[in-house]
Design a protein around this ligand. Structure first.
Ligand SMILES: Nc1ncnc2c1ncn2[C@@H]1O[C@H](COP(=O)(O)OP(=O)(O)OP(=O)(O)O)[C@@H](O)[C@H]1O
Ligand SMILES: [Mg+2]
Length: 209
């Protein structure tokens, strides 16, 4: 499977929002999608349990099943949501499962400091160090035209990792989540800007292959 780990030990960084919307985006594009929730709070699975049956299917995964997968699912996407506070062995194990690593960061001084410390640790993880698992950053709850985005962008520049996109702060996200939906399950009239903001993230996730 093509797996994407969404990770940032800072609580409330936007991991579950990113994981559920990424899963929704991929499902809406006709991809086979599995969601794996490593967080004991089970927020992503709670969201999935509310998802209306008529929307594009996202399946839950309770443990990595790579060897048992039928060939048709080898091309499926696995989106992994992770808990706050992930570090040490837990982080190492999670990164080992990831073909790509997506790190949401909010533009606050507290979030940036915590995320910076984390990005230093993440760079030391073997799959990242050996460039096997690319890391992409995502500015969360920030308008790309604002000073906050510029401040975040120049802070993140020191890590030499791509900032894939900035996702705006919008009630569309929590509102969609209440119904087990992503912004891609909403009418385009409500979510056009958000869909556009996600485009480079999806390109990075889906890649050429
Ligand atoms: N772009 C956004 N616009 C508006 N609200 C947002 C956005 N992104 C996240 N939120 C809200 O911020 C809160 C925290 O987001 P989320 O639960 O995704 O973070 P998390 O990193 O998974 O948190 P935790 O560390 O507790 O697992 C939620 O209430 C979510 O709805
Ligand atoms: Mg979460």
């Amino acid at each position: 499977m093509r797996s994407v780990l969404v990770v940032n030990p800072k609580g409330g960084a936007g991991k579950t929002t990113v994981a559920t919307n990424l899963a929704g985006a991929l499902a809406c594009r006709g991809e086979q999608v599995f969601l794996w929730d490593l967080d004991r709070q089970r927020s992503a699975l709670g969201w999935l349990s509310m998802r209306p049956a008529e929307l594009p299917l996202i399946r839950r995964l309770d443990q990595r099943l790579e060897d048992e997968l039928p060939p048709a699912l080898k091309r499926a996407f696995l989106v992994i949501d992770s808990p706050a506070g992930l570090h040490g062995r837990g982080l190492t194990q999670s990164v080992r499962h990831a073909d790509k690593v997506l790190v949401p960061v909010q533009p606050s001084v507290f979030d940036m400091a915590a995320s910076g410390t984390f990005l230093e640790q993440l760079r030391e993880e073997k799959p990242v160090r050996k460039s096997r698992s690319p890391v992409g950053l995502l500015g969360m709850r920030v308008d790309p035209r604002t000073r906050a985005a510029a401040t975040l962008g120049s802070y993140l520049a020191q890590f030499d990792l791509p900032v894939l996109a900035y996702l705006r702060d919008s009630q569309v996200y929590p509102n969609a989540a209440f119904g087990g939906m992503s912004v891609f399950d909403l009418p385009p009239s409500l979510s056009q800007r958000d869909r556009e903001q996600w485009e480079p993230v999806l390109e990075w996730v889906i890649g050429k292959d």
